[in-house]
Design a protein around this ligand. Sequence first.
Ligand code: SF4
Ligand code: SF4
Ligand code: SF4
Length: 209
Amino acid sequence: MNRREFLRTSVCAAAFAAVSGGAGYLVTRKSTCDGKRPCDQCPQAGDCADDKALSWRAAQPAAWQIDPYKCIQCGKCATTCVLKQSASRCFHAFAVCGYCDLCTGFFEPQPNQLNTAAENQLCPTGAIVRTYVEDPYFQYKIDRDKCIGCSKCVKGCTQFGNGSLFLQIDQNICVKCNQCSIAINCPSRAVRKVPIATPYLLKSKTRTS
Ligand code: SF4
Ligand code: SF4
Ligand code: SF4
């Protein structure tokens, strides 16, 4: 073997070793995806080189949902959904509610009286049903068929009450657009994709942050 042939053989051997080593790494590399959360919530988001995990994730059916802790009650939910009556509706966490007589999610800021007369209510469609429980407690239930997702009650409850009223995209109504129009227009980026198996982001008493 002359000097030129020796060099050519050495370079080829080195190249082969590099390629086969890389291929070996690809074959033996384990998936780091635990499959428990969407990519945008993964601590490795943006740094994932796991093509298998990414394509598996992309193929999973997903639902659009509002993070109630990010929502700033801007009112756009009522007008930016592609549906005539928005799929965003008010939900109520009874475990969080104070059952207040003077409910700041139900009453106008300065009501004439604490009764159910339309002029005293915040809700433009009368979707909140107030029922006497026992002195001094009242229960509030949302008639979601009437709710237009305007967020007025949510704002009142969040600013001055316990925050038990919050918006969610009702999965029985949402037509699951490829790109949610509310998500595009939401100023606080509160709308994101969640797994279809757990499509709600509900409020609970146990949350501490
Ligand atoms: S558009 Fe976003 S911030 Fe505004 S009410 Fe809807 S979820 Fe909340
Ligand atoms: S105030 Fe708006 S968000 Fe609240 S129940 Fe009425 S329509 Fe729904
Ligand atoms: S996915 Fe479409 S139908 Fe559902 S809330 Fe968003 S805009 Fe409305």
